[in-house]
Design a protein around this ligand. Structure first.
Ligand SMILES: Nc1ncnc2c1ncn2[C@@H]1O[C@H](COP(=O)(O)OP(=O)(O)O)[C@@H](O)[C@H]1O
Ligand SMILES: [Mg+2]
Length: 239
């Protein structure tokens, strides 16, 4: 288990204090391995987004340890966290969060450019390749405002891949799309997983989709109640 991308040990996350306190995560132990294509399911309010935010170093647990790419994150300062996150993780959210005043290409480059302080030639080249890969090569100079919902989400996927992350955390990436478009976006994620070995953890409400993933993790009331992998012969096994 030494090479887990993200290792969570006894994670608790409370929101609020006293009477109003909610325990969103209640002792989560979980390890995500390189190359895994996993689904995270559970009822609304079960803690899925909270779990993703903690894995993604966007939020701190109340207690417990988060280790990313072999680095325990407890003692890291903000710069250390940002650097670790930037080189290991990518994010796709339900709402694409594209900057509408900018082109598709600029949106793909933006986080890396902010990091590096400039739009370099190699960054531009990489962004162009990524837009090709998500099938939007011809739309690179189009203003994000004028793209369809599915196209915007493809741009968001390309953007998540800019820094060649080991793991992409996707919180209901197709929740805002019609079924057909959602299927295409998911096929794309699978294709990227197969071609590049990038691991994915995808939050979804779609049980059928979840069962088709290599690994299915189910959260209820802040607890993992199911964690199963499908082996190469298609049989499910408890992890
Ligand atoms: N910022 C917050 N402040 C207070 N409670 C929150 C906050 N975010 C989430 N919660 C609560 O934590 C629990 C888990 O929420 P969440 O992680 O968003 O679940 P899910 O993504 O599975 O719907 C819920 O009870 C929710 O109301
Ligand atoms: Mg959520």
């Amino acid at each position: 288990m030494g090479d887990a991308i993200v290792l969570l040990e006894d994670i608790v996350r409370d929101y609020g204090e006293g009477e109003a306190a909610t325990r969103a995560l209640d002792g989560i132990d979980l390890s995500l391995e390189p190359g895994e294509f996993s689904a995270l399911v559970g009822p609304s309010g079960s803690g899925k987004s909270t779990l993703l935010n903690i894995m993604g170093l966007l939020d701190h647990p109340t207690s417990g340890t988060v280790t990313v790419d072999g680095t325990p994150t407890d003692d890291l300062d903000d710069t250390g966290v940002t650097r670790l996150r930037g080189r290991t993780l990518g994010f796709v959210f339900q709402f694409h969060h594209l900057l509408t005043g900018f082109t598709a290409l600029e949106n793909v480059m933006m986080p890396a450019a902010v990091d590096r302080g400039r739009f370099s030639t190699d960054l531009r080249e990489r962004a162009r390749e990524l837009l090709d890969r998500v099938g939007l090569g011809d739309f690179k100079d189009k203003n994000a405002r004028h793209l369809s919902g599915g196209q915007k989400q493809r741009v968001a996927i390309a953007r998540a891949l800019t820094n060649e992350p080991e793991l992409v955390l996707a919180d209901e990436p197709t929740g805002n799309l019609d079924t057909k478009t959602a299927d295409r976006v998911l096929d794309l994620l699978r294709e990227i997983n197969t071609d590049t070995g990038t691991a994915f953890l995808i939050v979804t409400h779609d049980e059928e989709l979840a069962r088709s993933c290599q690994r299915l993790i189910r959260l209820v009331d802040g607890h993992i109640v199911e964690d199963e992998r499908t082996n190469s012969s298609g049989t499910r096994q408890k992890s």
